[in-house]
Design a protein around this ligand. Structure first.
Ligand code: HEC
Length: 108
C-alpha cells in the first residue's frame, strides 16, 4: 500500500526531474546565446550589425535593449513585428541574447 503510493509519487515526479535536467543543460550551453542571436540576424544583420534602415543591436547597452524588448512585449512600444517576436522568447533567453549583442562590436 505505502510502497505503491511511493512509487506513484516517484512516477509523478519523473517528468519534473526530466524537465529540471533539461533546464540545467540548457543553461550551460555555451552556444545558446549565439544561436538565439542568429534568429535575429535575418532582420538585424549578421552579428547584429544592420544595413539600411534596420536598427543595429551590436555594441548597445544591455539595459536599453532589454527595456525596448520588454516594451514591445507589453505593448507599451507599438511595433510592426517586434511585439510578436519579443513574445516568442523567455526572459532568460532575451537576457542572454541582449548580453551577446552588447558584447559585439557595433561595426564589423
Ligand atoms: C522579421 C524581422 C525581425 C526579426 C527576426 C527580429 N527583429 Fe527586431 N526589429 C524588427 C523591426 C521591423 C523593428 C522595428 C520595430 C517594428 O516595427 O517592429 C525591430 C526593432 C528591434 C529593437 C528596437 C531597436 C531600436 O533601437 O529601437 C530591438 C531591441 C530588437 N528589434 C531586437 C531584436 C532581437 C533581440 C531579435 C532576435 C531575438 C529580433 N529583434 C529579431 C524586425 C525584426
Amino acid at each position: 500500500m505505502i510502497i505503491s503510493r511511493v512509487r506513484g509519487i516517484a512516477l509523478a515526479m519523473w517528468p519534473l526531474s526530466l524537465a529540471l535536467l533539461a533546464g540545467a543543460s540548457w543553461a550551460q550551453d555555451p552556444l545558446l546565446a549565439r544561436n538565439l542571436a542568429a534568429t535575429c540576424a535575418n532582420c538585424h544583420g549578421t552579428a547584429g550589425v544592420a544595413k539600411g534602415e534596420m536598427k543595429t543591436l551590436a555594441g548597445r547597452k544591455e539595459d536599453e535593449l532589454l527595456k525596448l524588448l520588454a516594451d514591445y512585449r507589453s505593448g507599451a512600444q507599438p511595433a510592426t513585428i517586434m511585439h510578436q517576436i519579443a513574445k516568442g522568447y523567455t526572459d532568460e533567453q532575451l537576457k542572454l541574447v541582449v548580453k551577446h549583442f552588447a558584447a559585439l562590436p557595433a561595426k564589423p
